[in-house]
Design a protein around this ligand. Structure first.
Ligand code: TMP
Length: 206
């Protein structure tokens, strides 16, 4: 493959974005290609700050709206670092011949960090300069199944509640019904092999 892909996987918690990233990376490697998984929040300094906040080890504010706004700023600056840093940024990696697979991108900010139309406009503006990926894969999962899947995890993050995930899924459905670039929507209740095969077929066509 001459072209190197920037592929993004999106979905509510428990939808299988990490599993599918691993399978996709293995597929690229099996084709003799170089591939790397580079998630958001990133492994950079702002990404780490975000992870602490998501685990409530840092508390900026108890006010939910303010918290979402602060997170939106942090995620946007982490995204800039994730894309453009000269060490292991997405574009640097692509220039070095890697396909880059990111679990989550600006779609997650629109899905997770807004409730009202005003917040949606604000987060859209914060993110409007970030380029679209070559492909975004949305793994659609009902909230009940998401909750059952994440129940066994030892550590809960702030966004892992029924109320929040219901809003997030609604937001995702709205964003992707209006998205006009390359998009693959898959049913995340299907087996991981079925989902992976669909992703592979789509990438082969690209
Ligand atoms: P993860 O579960 O994929 O590790 O992602 C961590 C959490 O970060 C997840 O609950 C979604 C949230 N998130 C946002 O709220 N906004 C964003 O822009 C991104 C990238 C993630």
């Amino acid at each position: 493959m001459n072209k190197k892909f920037f592929v993004v996987l999106e979905g509510i918690d428990g939808s299988g974005t990490s599993t599918q990233s691993e399978l996709l990376k293995k597929y690229f490697l099996s084709e003799g290609e170089k591939a790397v998984i580079s998630p958001e929040p990133s492994s950079g300094i702002i990404g780490n700050l975000i992870r602490q906040a998501l685990k409530k080890r840092i508390l900026f504010t108890e006010n939910t709206d303010l918290f979402d706004e602060q997170m939106a700023y942090l995620f946007a600056s982490d995204r800039h670092d994730h894309l453009y840093n000269d060490t292991d940024g997405v574009f640097k990696l692509m220039k070095d011949g890697f396909h880059v697979i990111s679990t989550r991108y600006y779609f997650s900010s629109l899905a997770y960090n807004c409730h009202t139309p005003e917040q949606f406009d604000f987060v859209s503006k914060l993110n409007h300069k970030f380029p679209n990926p070559d492909l975004v894969i949305y793994l659609d999962l009902p909230v009940e199944i998401s909750l059952a899947r994440i129940q066994g995890r030892s550590l809960k993050e702030v966004y892992e509640t029924k109320h929040k995930l219901t809003k997030v899924r609604e937001n995702y459905q709205k964003i992707f019904s209006q998205y006009s670039d390359k998009l693959l929507i898959l049913d995340a209740t299907k087996s991981k092999e079925t989902i992976h095969n669909k992703i592979r077929e789509f990438i082969e066509k690209l």
